[in-house]
Design a protein around this ligand. Structure first.
Ligand code: TEU
Ligand code: CA
Length: 563
């Protein structure tokens, strides 16, 4: 079935790094309002807003202390209302980030919950330590470890017990066996939908329900996950939220689902089950990394093709993305920001991007925007922003980077190696300020930003690309416009045609229309296998290099779309 959220492009905003309006070095809501025209101009019709709620910012807003108010760093509720209004004027809808697996430990519920006799006690998951007489130093309630490379329990003096936290210790997990928690969540959803939200991006939405608190199987990272990932109880909660709230509004949800496999994903997104409309999986971004994403391994285009084919065919509707606020910049990861493929290499802070920076960014754009699903573009992706040349751990704000460092140290991994892995995987790579122009602080702010501006902003910025016909930005615009008017590109069936270590070819088919896409993920010229040459020897609709014909070879980092 067709729908507006399938036809649209979503633009993700990470508010603290998008646009500062009041000179405190932190992006804010009035700043976003001042850039709505740029988003409109790109062709996005939906914004996903990373959290703007009240928060002590232990995890940059993913630790919410009040779901009904705005973080004063970002503005006021009046600003938020104005954002909804100004966006609507431009036919732009907004989806909110729904973080309900956990709250902040500074949330009123948690503060009350610390008292064992409080009615809020059961809002969270409290357990005594294993040795009752020696709380505090007692053994933890179980052997689980969290997503941030740490133990999953924290002792609370006031309570005399431990609470569960799958993420930071300032992010206690809510107890979804308590129906009152689910009612609270429904009220939060109603509040934001009534304000005008068009839906939600649902943070770590497949780990809400902890079936049991038994010890987990032995594993290095996220020990215990088999007791809470995509459990039946989780499916039930999603269905309840859907039928009691979401079904009454014209809205959609995209779930962020950690370590999800295709079987689980099919259940979560099955139209008839009414749980989620689509989800973010991670498989495609992990083809060139090992062990929980951190350690680089060789990129192979055929591996990418294999993963994408599995999901394109396996799910009826995909959420398409290459970047978000947790991931390395894609042109520094699959692309060639500096050298041929620079993931793992360093891009000196103030140096010009590499020879194939622009071309590779375009190949990646063509890839994302010719798949079946709803494309999500992360701020800065549309101008090919790159990873940052961080010099040391002190420059990083990301809790995951610091947690990983501790863990790797415990494992006796030498410092230089630790740093190499942390630097390329740090979530802060995606969180440096948006590069709007070549003025000091890249037009993001007139004061020193909360996180360093990437030194390459003089070469990579929005203003420079706006007027350059062959820029990455204009390439995104061209593709988005093309897609908007093409049922084949939006709804067409995905058909894999060919893949080797450098080149992939696939098709999209809709009624009697066919598009063929061929992408060269390398800095060498590649020959198209004879068998498939006739698919490409036709007039090109789009070439990343502006060619009109391609015959049987693709130039370095060239991608083509053929009718
Ligand atoms: O991310 C969930 C998640 O799995 C990541 O935190 C992942 O473990 C990490 O990126 C490893 O690189 C979501 C949000 O997107 C993230 O920003 C939050 O920190 C996290 O949930 C907790 O709310
Ligand atoms: Ca500000």
């Amino acid at each position: 079935m067709k729908s507006w959220w399938k036809d649209s492009i979503v633009y993700q905003i990470y508010p603290r790094s998008f646009q500062d309006s009041n000179g405190d070095g932190i992006g804010d809501i009035p700043g976003i309002i001042s850039r709505l025209d740029e988003i409109k101009d790109l062709g996005a019709q939906i914004i996903w807003l990373s959290p703007v709620y009240k928060s002590p910012d232990a995890d940059n807003g993913y630790d919410i202390s009040d779901y009904y108010s705005i973080n004063p760093k970002f503005g006021t509720m009046a600003d938020m209302d104005r954002l909804f209004k100004e966006a609507a004027k431009r036919d732009i809808k907004i989806i909110m980030d729904l973080v309900i697996n956990h709250t902040s430990d500074e949330h009123e519920w948690f503060q009350k919950s610390r008292d064992p006799s409080s009615p809020y006690r059961d809002y969270y998951i409290w357990r005594p330590g294993k040795n009752k007489r020696r709380q505090g130093r007692a053994k933890l309630p179980n052997n689980w470890t969290g997503f941030f490379m740490d133990k999953a329990w924290e002792y609370d003096e006031k309570s005399g017990e431990y609470y569960l936290h799958l993420f930071d210790k300032k992010q206690p997990d809510l107890n979804y066996k308590n129906p009152k928690v689910i009612e609270e969540v429904k009220n939060i959803l109603r509040f934001w939908l009534d304000k005008g939200a068009a839906g939600f991006r649902c943070d770590v939405i497949n780990v809400l329900y902890k079936t049991s608190l038994e010890n987990g199987k032995n594993s290095l990272a996220v020990r215990g996950i088999e007791h809470y990932k995509s459990q039946e109880g989780n499916h039930e909660i999603l269905r309840e939220i859907h039928s009691d709230v979401l079904a009454r509004y014209d809205c959609f949800t995209v779930g962020e689902t950690v370590m999800v496999d295709l079987k689980e994903a099919k259940l979560l997104c099955d139209e008839n089950r009414r749980e989620l409309d689509m989800l973010f999986y991670f498989d495609h971004l992990e083809i060139d990394r090992r062990i929980a994403q951190f350690i680089p391994k060789k990129f192979r285009a055929d591996k990418l093709m294999e993963v994408i084919t599995k999901w394109q065919i396996g799910l009826d509707w995909n959420a398409l993305y290459l970047e978000n606020h947790d991931q390395a910049r894609i042109v520094s990861h699959f692309g060639a920001a500096e050298k041929d493929r620079s993931f793992g290499n360093k891009l000196p802070a103030d140096s010009k991007p590499g020879k194939y920076w622009q071309q590779s960014a375009k190949v990646l754009a063509l890839f994302e925007l010719t798949l079946r699903g709803t494309p999500f573009i992360y701020q800065g992706q549309e101008i090919g922003m790159t990873n940052f040349d961080f010099k040391s751990l002190d420059e990083l704000d990301d809790v995951v980077s610091h947690g990983l460092n501790k863990l790797l140290k415990k494992m006796c991994i030498p410092g230089f190696l630790r740093w190499k892995w942390i630097k390329t995987s740090s979530r802060d790579n995606a969180r440096t300020p948006m590069q709007w122009d070549d003025s000091e602080y890249s037009g993001f702010s007139n004061a020193k930003p909360w996180l360093g501006v990437n030194g390459n902003y003089k070469y990579i910025n929005y203003a420079a690309q706006k007027n350059a016909p062959d820029s990455i930005l204009n390439f995104y615009k061209t593709l988005i416009a093309l897609r908007k008017n093409s049922d084949c590109l939006i709804y067409g069936k995905f058909l894999p045609v060919y893949a080797d270590t450098r080149l992939i070819i696939y098709q999209r088919k809709y009624e009697n229309k066919t598009y063929t896409v061929a992408l060269n993920f390398s800095s060498r010229t590649v020959k198209v296998p004879l068998k498939h040459v006739d698919l490409l020897t036709r007039p090109l609709v789009v070439s990343t290099l502006g060619r009109t014909e391609c015959e049987d070879t693709l130039l370095p980092w060239e991608g083509v779309l053929v009718h």
